[in-house]
Design a protein around this ligand. Structure first.
Ligand SMILES: Cc1cc2nc3c(=O)[nH]c(=O)nc-3n(C[C@H](O)[C@H](O)[C@H](O)COP(=O)(O)OP(=O)(O)OC[C@H]3O[C@@H](n4cnc5c(N)ncnc54)[C@H](O)[C@@H]3O)c2cc1C
Length: 459
């Protein structure tokens, strides 16, 4: 049967777009389908931060880093993982990934030196200046368009087509208007992200965060898990997820974690701190979740000024999501909190930051704290951003059965594949693990799928 495309990419987020560009540039034909009426998925909502070790951008900035150091960081924060080889492979190709993004895709990314964020012992996040994932997605889309790669939005894959020998040979597709068609392809890439938008799957695999609001894109409804189960695929790291401890409420945009990393704190509705915020925006999510009510981030002018380099933070502040007061008591009054409790929380924290006492919750990294001068407050709630568990794949993104054998012609990456954040929970998520799995593994899968097509053509 004549295929409609050599490689069919299902899902037009960062992973699918990276796969498509890499495969196309290797000389095979590619088609992308996207079930929603616009591409981008969670990637558009992200801060567009992609970590890489040993990149030329790091060398230019005088930052000494290596893949070994990055792997050690991921293993330290993530703990046990179902796919240690994949972690190593994606990390060892991470510098090539971001350089490819800049040079071949034309993405406007630069090394972030203002902060390291969670899990990284040196600055290694590469991101758009705006810290908007949409900018990164726009650059990927431009590269797709320039190459003439067809991308059909409003076309969701409804099932994978079996090839009769245990592999796949394309997908059934349903448009938003209910029209159906069948796409035959030599290779199929599952770039449909994870299952954070599927309540049943979250309750089954990540019960700890079940019930939290999902702040990602609508498309993450878990087809990779559902189809993988039908095909007898193996799964890995299914309990791991990225949470976010400080989604601004009611605005719904993220409060930049720079505000906390640089020395801010989070108090609950009683005006009291309840843990060590340096666990990070993902790792601290269960702590905020356990408070059961909105919480409040508090930081000072110095920290505000650092965060003000980020467009989304400035936007949140301009919409009134971040409020200013002369003292902690003023801040408390703005939200009807107990002024004495908030003042006592800030004073106790400041003593620890000045080294006059140990922090009550064991925090040791105070950055720009103690908090002084004008102070700011933002009401926050915890959110689920994406799941990190998924299909077991080999080092080139080939989907594996539970017995370790590949399912012929089927690839996966990004949120559809097992992630880089350890087996379970929110604390294993290092900043950028999502997009590194998406773009890094997407590129590798695109290259491998194209190689398989070319070998088959040559045979
Ligand atoms: C607010 C927020 C901030 C984040 N910040 C960061 C960050 O700074 N750095 C980082 O590394 N990660 C971050 N993440 C996580 C990151 O966004 C994801 O891990 C990453 O975008 C996953 O990429 P993906 O291509 O696999 O999925 P997506 O970008 O979600 O793309 C998947 C696409 O597949 C489509 N799709 C789904 N099912 C089908 C189907 N059946 N047929 C056709 N199409 C389908 C979806 O509609 C979607 O467009 C953040 C997440 C959120 C929500």
């Amino acid at each position: 049967m004549q295929p409609d495309a050599d490689v069919l990419v299902i899902g037009a987020g960062a992973c699918g777009l990276a796969t498509a560009i890499a495969a196309h540039d290797s000389g095979v034909s590619v088609a992308i389908i996207e079930k929603l009426d616009r591409p981008g998925g969670n990637s558009s909502l992200s801060t567009g931060s992609v970590p890489a070790a040993g990149s030329r951008f790091q060398r230019e900035a005088g930052i000494a880093d290596s893949p070994e150091r990055f792997v050690a960081d991921l293993m330290r924060i993530g703990g046990a993982t179902d796919c240690p080889d994949l972690v190593r492979r994606v990390v060892h190709t991470s510098a090539a990934t971001v350089e490819w993004l800049a040079d071949s895709v034309g993405a406007r990314i630069a090394l972030v030196t203002a902060y390291k964020h969670i899990g990284h012992s040196v600055p290694r996040l590469h991101a758009p200046a705006s810290r908007r994932g949409q900018d990164l997605v726009d650059d990927l889309l431009r590269a797709v368009e320039t190459r003439g790669i067809p991308l059909a939005v409003g076309n969701g894959a409804s099932a994978l087509l079996p090839d009769g020998r245990g592999g796949v040979i394309g997908a059934d597709v349903e448009t938003i208007n209910g029209e159906r068609q069948r796409i035959i392809a030599r290779k199929v890439m599952l770039a449909v992200n994870g299952f954070a938008g599927n309540r049943d799957l979250v309750a089954r695999f990540c019960p700890e965060i079940s019930g939290a609001q999902y702040f990602g894109a609508r498309g993450s409804t878990g087809e990779a898990v559902l189809w993988g189960e039908q095909l007898g695929a193996g799964f890995g790291n299914m309990g791991a997820y990225q949470g976010y401890a400080a989604v601004s409420d009611p605005h719904g945009s993220i409060l930049s974690w720079t505000t906390i990393e640089k020395g801010g704190i989070i108090v609950n509705g009683a005006g009291q701190r309840f843990g060590d915020e340096s666990a990070g925006y993902s790792g601290y999510t269960p702590n905020v979740m356990a408070q059961g009510v909105p919480c409040f981030a508090i930081f000072d002018q110095q920290i505000f000024d650092v965060a003000a380099a980020e467009e989304e933070f400035v936007e949140l502040a301009s919409y009134g999501g971040v409020k200013k007061g002369a003292t902690p008591a003023d801040l408390a009054n703005l939200h009807g909190l107990d002024a004495d409790a908030v003042t006592a929380s800030v004073e106790s924290y400041n003593k620890a930051a000045r080294g006059e006492q140990l922090d009550a919750f064991g925090r040791r990294d105070f950055a720009l704290a103690p908090l002084s001068g004008a102070v700011y407050i933002c009401r926050v709630v915890p959110g689920l951003f994406h799941t990190q568990g998924g299909l077991m794949v080999d080092n080139d993104g080939r989907v594996l059965r539970s017995n370790g054998q590949p399912i012929a012609n089927l690839f996966a990456g990004g949120g559809a594949a097992a992630g880089l954040s350890g087996r379970t929970g929110a604390s294993g998520y290092a900043s950028g693990n999502g997009l590194l799995g998406a773009i890094g593994l997407g590129r590798l899968a695109g290259l491998a799928a194209a190689d398989e097509v070319k070998s088959w053509n040559a045979a």
